[in-house]
Design a protein around this ligand. Structure first.
Ligand SMILES: [Fe+2]
Length: 261
């Protein structure tokens, strides 16, 4: 199986991800060992904290990463994970983030430490800021924003807006607890999950590239190989090619539908 991993903090020494060149080499080796052929480097970009100078520095570091990855036969695409806060509209207006290279898709996130605010001004307005500037938001680890049962109707509205829903491999193997696992499953079972990524921060363990392989096995077993292939290969590649994504066709059994999760 060839994997395409479009959310990872491989670009070293920038954020809370990979710390130095040696770690980056080890993380790339880990990725290569499980069959990752293409990655996007998506360092955290914090609206209101990172400006032109920082963005330039991140781009240079990603260029260095590209050279290292090439040695292992891994293709690297530029990107960032834009933190959406009250400074986001201005950051987006000024271009202080890095969309996926040569595309109109941009990875973005909310604060995973708190419940997603009910207030549209703090969530939907920021997503719309990207859309109104011509970018399609790829919303990172959606399963992690809901401390109670995931609000499927709200996520469906994002999908209706054309936004892309990303799930973390770590969530599907239970790293963030059974509640987040159930949220991730609910996204897949409602055919709202569009891609799975490693969100790599470390060279080994649950936040490393190899978790993608573990999640692949879980998804194959529960939802079939075709679904797993769409989520971990086809759709990430569609995004990097600036193409529309494919929707999955997961069918949930009658009893599961009736009695919930
Ligand atoms: Fe991330």
């Amino acid at each position: 199986m060839e994997f395409v991993d479009i959310h990872g903090h491989y670009a070293w020494g920038i954020d809370d991800g990979i710390r130095d060149l040696e770690e980056a080499k080890a993380a790339l080796k880990n990725a290569s060992n499980i069959g990752v052929k293409v990655i996007a480097a998506t360092p955290h970009v914090i609206s209101g904290t990172h400006f032109e100078k920082e963005i330039q520095h991140f781009r240079e570091r990603i260029s260095e990463l590209k050279r290292e990855a090439n040695k292992l036969g891994i293709e690297v695409h530029e990107g960032s994970e834009l933190f959406l806060n009250h400074d986001a509209p201005s950051a987006i207006r000024n271009g202080f983030f890095i969309p996926y290279e040569h595309t109109k898709y941009a990875l973005c996130e909310f604060d995973v430490r708190r419940n997603l605010p009910d207030d549209e001004d703090e969530v939907e307005e920021y997503l719309y800021a990207l859309k109104s500037h011509g970018y399609t938001p790829v919303v990172a680890h959606v399963e992690r924003y809901f401390k109670d049962k995931i609000d499927i109707d709200r996520v469906s509205e994002w999908v209706d807006m054309g936004y892309i829903i990303q799930v973390n491999a770590s969530s599907l193997v239970g790293t963030h607890g059974s509640h987040v696992l159930k949220n991730a499953e609910a996204l897949i079972e409602n055919n709202l999950a569009m891609l799975i990524a490693s969100d790599t921060h470390r060279i080994e363990g649950r936040r490393s590239p190899s978790t993608l392989n573990d999640a692949y096995k879980v998804v194959c077993k529960k939802y079939g190989e075709e679904t797993a292939h769409i989520l971990i290969h086809d759709n990430p590649l569609h995004i990097l090619h600036n193409e529309p994504i494919e929707r999955t066709q997961v069918k949930v059994g009658f009893f599961k539908k009736l009695f919930g999760r």
